[in-house]
Design a protein around this ligand. Sequence first.
Ligand code: NAP
Length: 548
Amino acid sequence: MTINANTVSHVDAVVVGAGFAGLYMLHTLRDKLDLEAAVFEAADDVGGTWYWNRYPGARCDISSYHYSFSFSEEIQQEWSWSEKYAAQPEILAYLGFVADRLNLRQDINFETRVISSDYDEASQRWTIKTNKGHTVICKYYISGVGTLSYAANPEFEGKDSFKGEVYSTSSWPHHGVDFTGKTVGIVGTGASAIQAIPLIAQEAKHLTVFQRTPNYATPLQNGPMDEQEAHAIKANYGEFREKPGPLWPEYLSRKCGSPFLRKVLKRSKNTWKAAGKKAVFHCGWAVMATSFLTKRPTKSQQSSFARRYARVKDPRTADLLCPDYLYGTKRQPCETNYFETYNRDNVSLVDIKSNPIRRITERGLELDNGDGYVFDCLIYSTGFDAFTGPLFNLNLKGRKGVSLREHWSEGPRTNLGIMSHGFPNFFMITGPQSPSVLFNMPLGIEQHVEWIADVIRYMEDNGLESIEPEKAKEDDWREMVEGIANSTLMPKTNTWYTGSNIPGKPRSFMVYLGGGAAYKQECDEAARNGYDGFILGSADVQREAVAS
Ligand code: NAP
């Protein structure tokens, strides 16, 4: 519902965010549970991550028919994707279509940012305040803020002194940017920059790429969607979502499970090579399997693999593009013409690992060795304070006024990656320590929304007022998440999975790697056992026991 500013409003549930998560949560609360729900969204439209990340080349690298909602057969049948891997405008249009189809916009408060979230123990209610003067009191508080929605902005000396145009891939201007005839510098070579660089290079007079870590980018092999294939998928959409198969690989279906992990844990050095080769020539996400290798490939194997697909003429540039970290331990970016772009006369690559950025200047930037660069436009593509950044930004204070930041001072503490002790009735869709970014996001979101809806239904049916995880259960869950991660090579590299891309952030592995199916079993089992591992409270319960 829309909320009036400057009065105190009461609703059953508040949801933050109107991306995939917020839209489905609103639909579920309102249309399936018949509850009053309000959504707050900072943007002026729906879309979440796909609203903000509209830089040139932004597109999904999960195939379009997988990267969509499955909860409505009508919506599945009515929407058709034009490309194998949808571009940002098409995904944004899809989410707009879903919002209109389900009449969701009327209950979303746009251009409104949550500034504080306080739990009151006496009333067992949350009070949410916004930058537009709203005060809303609610029983259920649900975060759909996403995992990669809080930009990491490195604090370079002199950052504000640059007098030219400054852009960030994570919040690109709606009107687009015309780089024709302009000199451009871009900092960062992660998945976003790898998509943007080839297109910016086509326009710019000159593009200088400042690279700290080269990446194992894999050809996306995008193209128009084959109509026959689309027809076959739509005819068996249910099966497509459930089962692995040649057309529908398991890592994107609900059956993405622990067999996946067991299988890849057994891989040897040789299968690494084969998988790498397959990735080069056939694209994609199959290569994620190799992320879980337990044996280290040698440095020369990694380099030769990288050179094979680094289709770059200048040997020095090709060398600079060869990654030196463990294959697959960072998120695998997909590329289209990325490496060829470095063959253009108007593109240069600068290594800022051996010679870091010392400061930003009025006209560009300067490196440690004194080399200076001058541009008209400077683009930051420096990533995100993933998982915890957007949650901390809600300024949550739970029981006894303890903030989420304090409770998580040594890294996230959750049960199932959905709830945290001391923050009753606060739910995190795709929160840290759930499969989130290493599963198919829309399916992961659906599973969380449906699990949360079941909790709420159970509470309403049983006259319960609060639910939160047992403190000890958070230790068990963390041990499990870290234990699975530590049986792979993934935690060994500095990545946003571990928080190590953000100075001072405590290091912990923030993704459950056991696979979507095994994870769902854990969630379902807790529910089946009357929310085992959670403390359920009625109105007259003595809360002291819980707070210990
Ligand atoms: P990212 O992968 O974290 O890349 C950030 C880049 O900025 C890295 O090259 C990083 O270098 C560099 N950087 C950060 N701080 C720096 C500093 N102080 N000095 C110099 N360089 C610095 O961020 P992203 O490219 O935005 O991608 C984030 C995630 O979004 C992806 O991993 C992916 O999950 C998602 N994404 C998905 C798609 C898709 O196709 N579906 C597209 C784009 C993004 P280091 O590596 O050395 O830290």
